[in-house]
Structures are given as C-alpha cells and as structure tokens.
Design a protein around this ligand. Structure first.
Ligand SMILES: Cc1cc2nc3c(=O)[nH]c(=O)nc-3n(C[C@H](O)[C@H](O)[C@H](O)COP(=O)(O)O)c2cc1C
Ligand SMILES: CCCCCCC(=O)C(=O)O
Length: 384
C-alpha cells in the first residue's frame, strides 16, 4: 500500500464519508459498550484476574519512545511486506477471535470480507461461529490463515487442519496459551460463555469427526453436542513432541501463537515450525504475565531471523505498529479494536477501523523518517 496516511487527505475523506465508528480506540470501546449487552461486551473487553496484563499491554507500548529521524525523503512510501513467500499490503493481520456473532449476526463473514477488501489476511478461529469453509467461500481468493485449538481428540485436530488446507487457508496458527480458559472474573460473574450456545461452536458442528463422535446429530440434540465440546475442547497434556503430529498432517506453514519465554522460542525453532506469534492472548489467560511488547525483543534475539516473529496484544494505534516492527516483529495482529468496529457497523465498521489504523501507521512511519518497513529498527526507539 502506497502513501496512505496523508492526514489532510484523510480529513477531506472524513468530511465526505459518514464516520461509522469513532476514530479513537477509547471512544470505540465506549461506544461498543453502549451498543452491546453486558455479557457479550464483557466477554470481549474483559481479561483474566484483575486485568493487570491487559492494561500493561497498552502501557508497555507507551514506555517505548520513538526518536524520529529527519530529512529522509519519505514522499514515496511502501508499507508492504513479504511473508511466507506472499506479498501483503501492510504488516497487519486480523487476530483469530472466536464466536464473533455475539457482537454482530454476520460475525466472521463480515470481518473476513472487510479484511479482504483491505488486503489484510484474516485468521479464522477454530471457535468461529461460521465454519471455516463458509468464511473461505465469502472471501474467495483472499489470503487467510486458520487458527487451531488443539482439542484432546487428535483426529478432530487433524480434521480441522485438513479442512483448512482444502478450503484454501494459507497457514496454520496453533494457539498454545489456551489449553484451558483463564480465570475471567466477569464471565464467571455473569455465568456466561458463548460456547454454551449452538452458534458458539458453529465451526465444530460442521466437522465430520466432531459429528461422528455424537450419538445424535446436533440438529436433533444440540445440548449433547455442546456437552461433548466442553469435554474435548482443550488439551493441557500437550508437549513439544506433539507438534510432530500436526506437522505430519500438513505442508502449510505452521506458526505457534502465545510464545512469551525466549527458551520456548528456541524450542519452537528447534521443533521446525515456520513462525511465532508473541502474544499473551490480550491478557485473557495469565494475569500478571509479561506485556507482549516487552517479551518481543528477547524472542527476536533468540530466533535470530531463522523464522518470522509476529506479535499481538495491545495494538491500538499506528505508533504501536511502528514500535513492534522496530523491535523486530515481521507483522502484528489486531484484536479487540476490530471486534468493536464489527459491533458498531458490521463489515463497514471493521473496514473503517482498519483504514484508520493503516493510515495512522503509514503516517507515523513516514514522520519517523522511514519510507518502508525495512527502515524500522531498534535505533529508532528508546525505552523510558
Ligand atoms: C473475544 C476474544 C476472543 C478470542 N478468541 C480467540 C481464539 O478463538 N483463538 C485465539 O488464538 N485467540 C483468541 N483471542 C486472542 C486474540 O487472538 C489476540 O491474541 C488478542 O485479542 C490480542 O489482544 P488485544 O485484542 O487486546 O490486542 C481472542 C480474543 C478476544 C478478545
Ligand atoms: C476453544 C475453546 C476456547 C475458546 C476461547 C476463545 C478465546 O480464545 C478467548 O480468549 O475467549
């Protein structure tokens, strides 16, 4: 994408087009809170424990300061990157987020379409409302990845991976940090989990292995299907050795999401995976864990460029992307902000969130003295 973030042009655009969603993240969240019922809003917005990690994910970005460079001719810019042999318009993907229909009936279909229209890969969650095939059909030809929740039924995990490969997904993201859900006090208070409704496990309900485990079809007996899901969804017994099993199921690139410790990053490289996503799941799993952006430099250092390192957890503005890339991330994943855009205005809302973020990134990169993502490095940052 070239020269996207001219603020004067953007202001003209805002005058011509209706502003569907607030520009500021804080207002976006506040408006989503007004729009949604308390249970789904809290499911999206809240995190584990006292939510220190969720808060610090954002604050940690603000401790890294950009030291902009001048007189570097940033008139002609390109924010594109190459990842796994494919060109991306921008170093940004939509993070896997399950059960999106709790905020908008079109759920993942709307988000994936918005992402496709901006050239941003969508990462479909195992826990999607819509099946991975339906998401793929709705965005034919667009780059998208599949995120695997590795259930304790290995045949089911293999089936999900095969389905993703047949449906045209370009990479498999295995999420490691959620073999069980974290202690999320608001959800426990509301006694709410979206997976206890049929739409919450939509992608599972269309899986042939999942269906083969049920005595009666989900159409006949949805309660038993949900109870079965509750027994199989997580697998805390997994170890590094188990990765060989998924590797044997697919030739697609495999990324591990949820790595924070440099020793795990080393194990990941040794295990032969193709990429890492430094993430603390938006603070939803281990409250008190290190902010993702603070974990990033040590992971990048230990990986030494052997495989790409992506990151998420706390990306809110263009400066956050500039900082993550300067610390060595190849790309970042956007989470909650797009869910709020979806809640407020469906596909168009997600598109506007993306448009604003990408323009902010392009502009901030240029004003920091870089013409391209390659120009971003640690020399541009100071931690205070
Ligand atoms: C409502 C919600 C559902 C999520 N569902 C998934 C999921 O199904 N799979 C997954 O790997 N991560 C999931 N995540 C974590 C995101 O992929 C991402 O790591 C996180 O949102 C980043 O934090 P941020 O949104 O605060 O930036 C979910 C996050 C939220 C907020
Ligand atoms: C696969 C079962 C749990 C999905 C939880 C979705 C999720 O990641 C979240 O943070 O919520």
């Amino acid at each position: 994408m070239r020269n996207f973030g001219n603020q004067v042009q953007f202001t003209v655009y805002q005058q011509l087009e209706k502003n569907l969603v607030p520009v500021s993240y804080e207002e976006l969240e506040a408006r989503a809170k007004e729009e949604l019922e308390a249970k789904p809003f809290d499911y999206v917005a809240a995190s584990a424990g006292i939510e220190d990690t969720a808060r610090e994910n954002n604050l940690a970005f603000r401790k890294w300061k950009i030291v902009p460079r001048m007189l570097r001719d940033t008139s002609d810019r390109d924010i594109g990157i190459e990842l796994f042999g494919r060109k991306l318009n921008v170093p940004l993907l939509l993070a896997p987020i399950g059960v999106q229909s709790i905020v908008h009936p079109e759920g993942e279909i709307a988000s994936a379409r918005a992402a496709a229209s901006m050239g941003v890969p969508f990462i479909a969650s195992t826990a999607s409302t819509y099946s991975l095939e339906k998401i793929s059909e709705a965005t034919e030809g667009a780059e998208k990845w599949f995120q695997l929740y590795w259930s304790n039924d290995h045949e089911l995990a293999a089936s999900m991976v095969k389905r993703a490969e047949s449906a045209g997904y370009g990479a498999i993201v295995i999420t490691l940090d959620t073999p069980m859900m974290g202690w999320r006090e608001k959800d426990i208070h509301h006694a709410y989990l979206p997976f206890l409704e049929a739409k919450g496990i939509g992608n599972y309900l269309e899986d042939p292995v999942f269906r083969s485990r049920l005595e009666r079809s989900p159409e006949e007996d949805i309660r038993s299907a949900i109870m079965h899901w509750a027994q199989i969804f997580g697998n805390p017994s997994l170890t590094w050795r188990d990765l060989e099993f998924i590797r044997s199921q697919t030739n697609l690139p495999i990324l591990l999401k949820g790595v924070l410790h440099p020793d795990d990053a080393r194990l990941a490289v040794e295990s032969g995976v193709d990429g890492l996503i430094v993430s603390n799941h938006g603070g939803r799993q281990v409250d008190g864990s290190i902010p993702a952006v603070d974990a990033l430099p040590d992971v990048v250092d230990i990986v030494q460029g052997d495989i790409p390192v992506l990151m998420d957890s706390g990306i809110r503005r263009g400066a956050d992307i500039v900082k993550a890339l300067s610390l060595g991330a190849s790309a970042v994943l956007l989470g909650r902000p797009y869910m709020y855009g979806l809640a407020l205005a469906g596909e168009a809302g997600v598109r506007q969130v993306l448009r604003n973020l990408i323009a902010d990134f392009d502009l901030t990169m240029a004003l920091s003295g870089s013409r391209s993502v390659d120009g971003l490095g640690r020399d541009l940052l100071k931690k205070v």
